[in-house]
Design a protein around this ligand. Sequence first.
Ligand code: NAD
Length: 395
Amino acid sequence: MRIKTITICGGGNAAHAMIPIIRDHFSGQLNFFLPFRDEANHFQKLIDGKKTLTATIGEKEIYGRPDKVSKFAKDVCKEADLILMPLPAFAHEQTLLKIVPFLKEEAIIGAIPARSGFEYAALKILKDSKKEKVKIFGMQTLPWACRIKEYAVSVNILGKKKSVGMAAFPHKITPELASFLSRVLDLKIEPLPNMLTLTLANVGQIIHPGIMYGLFKEKEKVFYKKETIPLFYQGVTKEIAEILEAMSGEILRLTEKIKALHKNVNLDHVLGLQEWLIYSYEDSIADKSTLQNCFVTNSAYQGLRAPVKKDDDYFLPDFQARYLTEDVPYGLVVTKAIAQLAKIDMPIIDEVILTVSKWMQKEYLIGEYLKGKNIKETRIPQNYGINCIEEIMRY
Ligand code: NAD
């Protein structure tokens, strides 16, 4: 695997964090693709003035800038051996469509994080453009919590994960790519056996819509004062934990059914929610005895509040927050669609989708069926012509 040019797409928090980190560990060409609004011009002007972008990680500062910035894929993607998309899931397809005409045959393109069903959209776009040799990958989460301090100038990297899972297609490139990404992203990237693992082990799809449902069901119109906005993770009650446990149980039942259908498919990395929390936050959870305690005694989750929007002097729950707009159409609905292909019922997940999608002013399900008027906006495999569980397991 010879990677001489890397292109990073998008100008958000994650892309800002990646520039100095990659620059610090990679001596090849680093390009920046900014198709969104006027970001390319804006970024170029600011970086020309300041010269470098600074990332602050604890006490440490690292610096870097891209070699080339453009709004146009033909300027910055043609030479790219590796294209990284640290973007919200709803931007993946639009970005891929702009890049695909210029992709080299041997290029590798990936989403960080993948969320669910990335492979269905990416492989369809590549096939339609006759670029089937291009390889894809997805990472399970973003390796850092990060926030732009000043656009094109500085970014705060608040937390770094111990390791992050990564799956690629074709599978044979995974080990070598994982080792390259570990080096340039400066953390352990753990190879996963298939992309289906990314979809089923996407715990954000349980935690975010599940807690929103638990916190706000029948409290949709409650106004909060600043100090009474519910804590998100620490607000998990015994009842909310039971909902999360039931959602996780439904996904595990689906996983077991797929394993039973095909003995060769490796889904060992799909864990129950409590097991995943203990694995991921081993040192920061004080009491691991119950799922509820794993949330409320996790110091990494301390003080984080539910997403709200301001309404005069009060706050209302924000149902257009990423916790729903990413994790439902690019998460929970995808898993529900796979369950339908595997003939597994998901009554609790159905109830969560039905309730939160009304809040989002979307309709994905009618009863238990994927027949809502907004279902085409989701990343379910059926939207890409995939209608059997066997095909899903190939990726
Ligand atoms: P962000 O909101 O900062 O990203 C916004 C950028 O995405 C924009 O500047 C633009 O460049 C691009 N974009 C947005 N809409 C677009 C569109 N319609 N078309 C093309 N480009 C578009 O997001 P982020 O914080 O960098 O997060 C990226 C991903 O990582 C998301 O999936 C997020 O949920 C996940 N994540 C982020 C954090 C974090 O701490 N920032 C933590 C965990 C997971």
